[in-house]
Design a binder for this molecule. Structure first.
Ligand code: IVH
Length: 499
């Protein structure tokens, strides 16, 4: 991407993100997933890092959230409610540490907490009594939702210690998966619309005007920040103090000595998180030492001394680079989209089958389009939707080929059928047998790559010629049925060994 293209893409990303943020925060509607929106924001922040000259004050990376609704009284926050920068892998974690160590070259520990996927709230206690609960809003001004928040039993209405003056506590309001399922079950029985996820339902419950309704929906709360007299304290002490004052804090919070420890905790939670009865979308890493955190300070909307280490998204955005047509055993030609490689649910994805021309037309997907992709059933990647607002005018419409890409024979379409086929009956069969011969003992002797696997690779459009074998990645094998990390690595190594 050249500078001009990057500029255009930054502009498109900003407009699209702002549109979705407005819909979400102001209109209370949502047309793309949080994860897809995060993916767009992440791309924007990476592009802005490469081209800082294109960062504008109105960029979504420069602020925290949307406008307040008109229905609630406004509350000006005593301290801005800032947010956290996201990281997604160990490399980004190491980079974060290296950047910080350049500023403060000291030995320090980290407090690692679960990142609860809920709704941030600021609670103000005056002389030990809860007086105001406010949403984040745009970080400076939020909404007064005190009445609704008072219905949440895990939030103390008075502190367990009488502290004179003002104390501020921040944390996350959330709904357990169990409570969410019960509400949706009820909705289904009443023939009403189902709610999308516990996080949106929790947010929607707090931002509606009927406290009785809020009370009926079992909301919960975890506290994670405490401000008394603006004296910063070690994060682990803050955690203990919150408990002493009567707040529910997560029992999974840990003090770890280095980023290797952070990574171990991340790996463990990547496996365990589904079993938890509330949504967690990552870990929050906080430098324990308050002096170090204060020296590092805040850049833009986020503190340097903390970050959000997010779990891999199930939905991400990427760009369609091209479409290849793979020829199946029965001669049917299937379009396979090639993407800019992206990580979805922990593996890198660069291809997705699109069923047929009808599906291409339904999605209106074009080469060059920005798309949302996900792993259906967590295994097979597919295009969910096209973000048409991201178009530059250079996208190319996808048309069906007139000739078979494998053998060059004319392509036919039977009456009443959507599928297009190669007219040469022996086309695919001969192609696959050529490939099978290539890997066999008589030829390149690629151990462990049997007929079935070669066939699967060809059927999925991952190989059309022997040379394609050497372009395969471990992730390509993982898209095939029956492959796990170990078998995929073995197959990949077997091919590389015969390069
Ligand atoms: S500390 C500067 N700790 O995640 C903000 N936040 O993506 C410091 N969140 O705005 C926040 N769990 O709404 C913190 N254990 C946790 C959290 C947590 C969830 C939310 C919070 C924050 C957002 C950042």
């Amino acid at each position: 991407m050249n500078k001009q293209e990057a500029h255009k893409r930054i502009q498109n990303l900003k407009e699209l993100i702002n549109k979705h943020r407005y819909e979400y925060h102001v209109l209370n509607t949502q047309t793309i997933s949080d994860e897809a929106l995060d993916s767009l924001k992440h791309e924007l922040s990476l592009l802005e890092q490469s081209y800082p000259e294109f960062v504008t004050p109105d960029s979504p990376t420069q602020r925290v959230a949307g406008k307040a609704l008109d229905d609630f009284a406004k509350v000006t926050h005593k301290r801005r409610m800032i947010s956290l920068n996201d990281i997604f892998n160990f490399e980004e974690l190491s980079d974060w540490e290296a950047r910080n160590k350049k500023i403060v070259d000291a030995q320090y520990e980290y407090v690692v907490e679960l990142k609860i996927d809920g709704f941030a709230i600021s609670l103000i206690y005056r002389d030990g009594v809860l007086v105001t609960a406010a949403t984040r809003g745009d970080g400076l001004v939020g909404e007064d939702v005190t009445q609704n928040v008072k219905t949440i039993e895990s939030i103390p209405l008075t502190l367990r210690e009488k502290i004179s003056g003002e104390v501020e506590v921040r944390g996350e309001i959330f709904m357990s998966k169990k409570a969410f399922d019960a509400i949706n079950k009820q909705q289904a029985q009443l023939g009403e619309k189902l709610y999308a996820n516990p996080r949106n339902l929790a947010a929607g419950t707090i931002r509606q005007l009927d406290p009785a309704l809020a009370a009926s929906r079992k909301l919960d709360f975890f506290a994670y920040e405490l401000f008394i007299d603006d004296k910063s304290m070690p994060k682990i002490v803050e955690h203990e103090r919150l408990r002493e004052l009567g707040f529910k804090t997560s029992s999974h919070t840990k003090l770890v000595s280095d980023i290797a420890g952070v990574q171990r905790m991340y790996d463990a939670w990547s496996d365990k998180r589904e079993k938890q009865d509330f949504l967690i979308d990552g870990l929050v890493i906080k430098i324990n030492d308050p002096k170090v955190r204060d020296t590092l300070g805040i850049v833009g909307k986020a503190p340097r001394g903390m970050c959000a280490y997010k779990f891999p998204a199930q939905q991400v955005t990427t760009v369609v680079k091209g479409v290849d047509w793979s020829v199946g055993r029965t001669g049917v030609l299937t379009p396979v989209a090639t993407f800019e490689p992206v990580s979805v649910a922990g593996t890198t994805v660069q291809h997705a089958t699109i069923h047929n021309m009808d599906e291409i037309r339904r999605l209106d997907v074009r080469i060059g389009d920005t798309v949302i992709i996900e792993k259906a059933g967590d295994i097979i990647p597919k295009i969910v939707t096209v973000l048409a607002q991201m178009r530059t005018g250079k996208e190319k419409v996808i048309t069906a080929p007139s000739h078979c890409p494998v053998c060059g024979s004319v392509v036919q379409q039977a009456k009443g059928e959507v599928a297009i086929r190669c007219s040469n009956n022996s086309c695919f069969a001969s192609e696959v047998s050529r490939l099978i011969h290539f890997v066999s003992k008589k030829a390149f002797d690629i151990e462990g790559l049997g007929e079935k696997v070669v066939e699967q690779l060809a059927v999925n459009g991952l190989i059309a010629s022997p040379a394609d074998l050497y372009k395969l990645t471990i992730d390509d094998f993982l898209t095939l049925e029956g492959f796990k990390e170990k078998s995929a690595t073995n197959a990949f190594n077997a091919i590389q060994a015969k390069k």
